[in-house]
Design a protein around this ligand. Structure first.
Ligand SMILES: [Zn+2]
Length: 376
């Protein structure tokens, strides 16, 4: 343990015990017909392997370990309905597993693990706002950003980042928050949580047309007093490092400067990675490093460095862990000896190296849709 570590790290072995069952295909999802079933894509390995790289690289000794605690029911009720929470408890505890809504599969014990995931995001907020750490990565599962008030969706039971942001406002009296969601899927649940709330700006970068199929368009900009405080960047398949960096430089960072948040949060899905089975983006570990740097610089400039990252999706068990390591290295300012093993083989992948016309067009559409609200 180093003196005064800049970066905190939340993890708990119980996060690996959440069991969403066997691999599924299609919509609505159904099991493959094979006799020997594969594990579900939302597998423990996608988190345990990041932890493994953080440990093996020696990075762990430069991080402040922050223990998660189980969220209590009133914490979860800041976003989710009492009815839904009861249903999750019943499915998990009484039935021993099942679907908490729309492909939000749970096994035995998932209720408690989901409470510990939400509490992990809350503990990350506590550590950062109490000044125990400057920034922090909460490596947890199940993920959260699809879960809406009364329904689990897309592998998400409770909306960890939304519950933690509401905790920051209620308990730590934080006024203004910016949540940036770079998961390859639209953060519909988080958007819904703050859709009419002008104190929380929600920006989602995602691949257009992915799950959830009916949300995440540029026209969704918030409602009532929250109008103009939701920003969607639906990007074309094939967007890579430069496309994402340009989106951050031209849209995300300028909005951050105009909103002047007291706390910056990131829903860190690693599924825009170049090898993800659930998305068709081509972001490399270096691309994630660059997005992290831009968020870090924004946090340093705007809110005393207070940056809380909460893990979401990311389904390439072999490659995404390198992206996770790159993010945490960049947060901490410590570069480990573990290199991206695919760096050379992807150097020739043009979409990851330049901004395509399709991506430029998509960013232009965002600028036009948001020009009433922000100077971009
Ligand atoms: Zn995702």
């Amino acid at each position: 343990m180093v003196d005064n570590p800049r970066t905190g790290f939340v993890f708990h072995p119980a996060y690996l015990k959440h069991d969403p069952g066997v691999a599924m295909i299609g919509w609505p999802p159904r099991p493959y017909p094979y006799d020997d079933q594969d594990p579900h894509v939302e597998s423990p390995r996608r988190v345990s392997r990041i932890k493994e790289l953080v440990d093996k690289s020696g990075l762990a000794q430069h991080l402040l370990e922050v223990s998660p605690y189980p969220a209590e029911i009133p914490d979860i009720e800041r976003y989710h309905t009492a009815d839904y929470i009861r249903r999750v408890l019943e499915i998990s505890v009484v039935q021993g597993g099942g679907d908490a809504g729309e492909a939000a599969l749970m096994g035995e014990g998932s209720f408690e693990i989901a409470l510990l995931a939400a509490g992990g995001a809350m503990a990350a907020v506590d550590a950062t706002l109490q000044g125990r750490t400057r920034n922090i990565y909460a490596l947890l599962r199940p993920p959260g950003h699809h879960a809406v008030a009364d329904k689990g969706m897309g592998f998400c039971i409770f909306n960890n980042v939304a519950v933690a942001a509401k905790h920051a406002k209620a308990v730590h009296n934080v006024d203004r928050i910016l949540i940036v969601d770079w998961d390859v899927h639209h953060g519909n649940g988080t958007q819904a949580a703050f859709y009419s709330d002008p104190s929380v700006v929600f920006i989602s970068l995602h691949q257009e047309g992915l799950y959830p199929f009916d949300s995440g368009t540029v026209e969704e900009t918030g409602e009532g007093p929250g109008e103009g405080f939701t920003v969607n960047l639906p990007l074309p398949a094939g967007t890579g490092d430069m496309g994402y960096a340009t989106a951050f430089e031209q849209i995300v960072v300028p909005i951050a400067r105009q909103h002047q948040p007291d706390l910056l949060m990131v829903s860190s899905g690693l599924d825009p990675s170049r090898s993800d089975p659930m998305g068709r983006m081509v972001v490399s570990a270096d691309g994630f490093r660059r997005m992290t740097r831009l968020m870090l610089q924004a946090a340093e400039e705007l809110c005393g460095g207070r940056l809380v990252m909460v893990h979401e999706g990311g389904y390439s068990e072999s490659y995404a862990p390198y992206c996770g390591l790159a993010v945490i290295e960049e947060l901490s300012g410590v570069k480990s000896a573990i290199e991206d093993p695919a760096a050379e083989s992807v150097a020739g992948l043009r979409p990851s190296r330049e901004v395509s016309l399709d991506t430029e067009r998509a960013l232009q559409e965002v600028r036009e849709a948001q020009s009433r609200f922000w100077k971009l």
